[in-house]
Design a protein around this ligand. Structure first.
Ligand SMILES: Cc1cc2nc3c(=O)[nH]c(=O)nc-3n(C[C@H](O)[C@H](O)[C@H](O)COP(=O)(O)OP(=O)(O)OC[C@H]3O[C@@H](n4cnc5c(N)ncnc54)[C@H](O)[C@@H]3O)c2cc1C
Ligand SMILES: *[C@@H]1O[C@H](CO)[C@@H](O)[C@H](O)[C@H]1NC(C)=O
Ligand SMILES: *[C@@H]1O[C@H](CO)[C@@H](O)[C@H](O)[C@H]1NC(C)=O
Ligand SMILES: *[C@@H]1O[C@H](CO)[C@@H](O)[C@H](O)[C@H]1NC(C)=O
Ligand SMILES: *[C@@H]1O[C@H](CO)[C@@H](O)[C@H](O)[C@H]1NC(C)=O
Ligand SMILES: *[C@@H]1O[C@H](CO)[C@@H](O)[C@H](O)[C@H]1NC(C)=O
Ligand SMILES: *[C@@H]1O[C@H](CO)[C@@H](O)[C@H](O)[C@H]1NC(C)=O
Length: 512
């Protein structure tokens, strides 16, 4: 908004300095002047008294700043001038109205794993969701209310303890709504669908600061849009999500480390295992990674692969035998309660995948089957690049395979998520290194070379982009759907609910 009104703002700030005693009237609650140099202290003085007691407003001088603004993605960081931490949901409308009155942009931040390049265009207030972490199971145990700052491992732990599970992302560290507003892939999707498929009710603060309830009965058009393109429309202060009885006490996992000479065999077996999306529901998630493991080799990346089965080792064994037959450098396994599965399979809070503070250049692909030739090509490119640039030795190429039954069971027209039948696997490269601008060009070039190989491996197939892994340079149709009606519908809802584009900092549907 500041950008859009910059011309008007120039002349109006002049005017304003003459009439500071009588502020301009705000049309639609959004003023067309900017109060330049609004410091965290001034905001704390003006907005602070309106907020509930445990809320905070602070700037870079505060001891809490570093932790509050730590992000997974260091490259292209948003420009945060101050942090506001609401302690109650009803603080959020007040924050948004205040921001609008003062032409301040605001960005909702929960666990800070956004990969979207559009975050980097942002300047303004960070609204931190950290204090909004309550979970309340509803009577009957069919649904629960989650506040907007809840995150995966927290949700998994708290529900499991009370005998329930829910759809979440797979990684412990990410928020519920970051993934959930764009679909949300996770270990329970084969059984229960995406996170977004399980949303029943949302409490949403719109761009003008109005708090509304979004459900099948109230603003159903917005519910449709927020199940897939939700980051574009509002701040979710809390949401009601389906929960399910915890059916099994333990999951079985097995992790293999293979050397590169097994690559072709591994992908042939993975393709057979998935059989184009018909893998068993309980074989919930398998994920492979190309990564340096210096205890195995300093010149050749290993192929690490992890399988997670909802049930016993005995039941899982028949699916894993073909992989046991591929000679591995090491194999580890275990039967553990569900909350331990992320930590045992490379996606826990203590794993590198959840470490903040690195630059991460990302590109992705969706596939029905892995093109074995392509997988060899991207492997060779990976090795070559790490040898050229050892500072990037924490980089990885990740190949995910989820069971898909629960996702396919939902009628694609009923929500904004466009890719139900479009892929069985998601692949992404994460080129990671401690922030160093002199390396960016190298990494960005690698990213594109890698993506080109993946796309060339599927001639004739239009690329699909999972919105939550999007970088920002993908064709918009590849993010929100190729059927023209989808973008038309989303854009007309955008014009209705966020006409001034206040929620345009995470893969906006309005860009060309
Ligand atoms: C290490 C890692 C693991 C991942 N694992 C998975 C996974 O298992 N499954 C999966 O589907 N995706 C996964 N992703 C992608 C993930 O969905 C996105 O990165 C997501 O945006 C992260 O949410 P966050 O809360 O951590 O990040 P944030 O940067 O805090 O949030 C991302 C964006 O979501 C919006 N947002 C967040 N909370 C709210 C809210 N309460 N109301 C309104 N808008 C909100 C804002 O637009 C914000 O810019 C992963 C990403 C990373 C980096
Ligand atoms: C503030 O936080 C404290 C400690 O977490 C809590 O006991 C108290 O109830 C909170 N007060 C309000 C008004 O939310
Ligand atoms: C915002 O970020 C995206 C992605 O990084 C970029 O393509 C775009 O040019 C930027 N600027 C604006 C005004 O959106
Ligand atoms: C590296 O390889 C060794 C030997 O196979 C294995 O024990 C270890 O778990 C691997 N490390 C990682 C992080 O995968
Ligand atoms: C791996 O990269 C780090 C910096 O990211 C560097 O300090 C280290 O020396 C590298 N290790 C090797 C074996 O190249
Ligand atoms: C794989 O499944 C998709 C739909 O899920 C279908 O469009 C495609 O034709 C299938 N491919 C093969 C080789 O069966
Ligand atoms: C696999 O990738 C190669 C190399 O890009 C390509 O020539 C081939 O057509 C692809 N195979 C299939 C089945 O798409």
């Amino acid at each position: 908004m500041v950008r859009l009104f910059s011309l008007a703002a120039l002349s109006l700030t002049l005017l304003q300095s003459l009439v500071t005693a009588s502020p301009f009237p705000c049309l639609n609650g959004h003023c067309s002047y900017t109060r330049a140099n609004l410091t965290p202290e001034i905001v704390a003085r003006e907005l602070g008294p309106q907020l509930s007691r445990n809320s905070s407003i602070f700037g870079p001088d505060d001891a809490r700043w570093v932790e509050a603004t730590t992000r997974y993605q260091e490259y292209n960081r948003p420009h945060i001038s101050m942090v506001v931490e609401p302690a109650r949901e009803d603080d959020i409308p007040k924050i948004v109205k205040y921001a609008n009155k003062n032409s301040l942009d605001f960005l909702t931040v929960n666990r800070g794993h956004s990969l979207s390049g559009f975050n980097g265009n942002f300047s303004g207030i960070q609204i931190s969701m950290d204090l909004l972490r309550d979970i309340t199971i509803n009577k009957g145990g069919k649904t629960a209310w989650f506040q907007g700052g809840t995150y995966d491992q927290q949700v998994i732990d708290e529900l499991f303890e009370q005998g329930y599970v829910a759809t979440t992302g797979s990684c412990s560290c990410v928020g519920m709504m970051g993934p959930g507003l764009g679909g949300g892939h996770g270990r329970y999707q084969g059984r229960y669908g995406l996170i977004s498929d399980n949303l029943v009710t949302l409490h949403v603060v719109l761009a003008d600061g109005t708090a509304i309830t979004v459900s099948e009965k109230s603003h159903p058009d917005l519910l449709w849009a927020m199940k897939g393109a939700g980051h574009n429309f509002g701040i979710v202060t809390s949401f009601e999500l389906n929960i399910y009885p915890r059916l099994v006490d333990t999951w079985y996992y097995r992790n293999y480390v293979w050397t590169q000479d097994k690559l072709e065999t591994v992908f042939e077996e993975i393709n057979r295992f998935h059989n184009n999306g018909t893998e068993p529901v309980d074989m919930a998630y398998e994920v492979g990674v190309y990564t340096m493991n210096y205890s195995v080799s300093s010149t050749e990346a290993v192929i690490w692969w992890s399988f997670a089965y909802s049930g016993s080792q005995e039941d899982a064994q028949k699916y894993l035998t073909p992989f046991d037959n591929i000679e591995a450098v090491s194999v580890e396994d275990g039967n553990v309660p569900y909350p331990e599965i992320p930590g045992r399979t490379g996606s826990g809070l203590d794993d590198f995948v959840c470490s903040p503070g690195y630059d991460h250049m990302v590109a992705q692909v969706g596939t029905f089957t892995w093109n074995v030739t392509t997988q060899r090509q991207v492997y060779d490119l990976f090795n070559q690049k790490i040898q050229e640039q050892p500072a990037m030795n924490r980089s990885s190429v990740t190949m995910e395979g989820y069971s898909t039954e629960g996702v396919r069971a939902v009628d694609a027209r009923t929500s904004g998520f466009p890719w139900r039948d479009a892929y069985n696997h998601l692949g992404f490269i994460t080129i990671a290194y401690p922030p160093d601008a002199s390396l960016d060009e190298f990494a960005l070039e690698w990213r594109v070379q890698h993506r080109d190989l993946w796309n060339q491996g599927q001639p004739g197939r239009l690329p699909t982009t999972y919105v939550n892994y999007a970088w920002g340079d993908e064709p918009i149709e590849s993010v929100y759907g190729y059927e023209p009606w989808r973008l038309e519908k989303l854009r007309s809802l955008k014009a209705k609910y966020d006409p001034h584009g206040r929620f345009n900092h995470y893969n906006p549907i309005t860009r060309g």
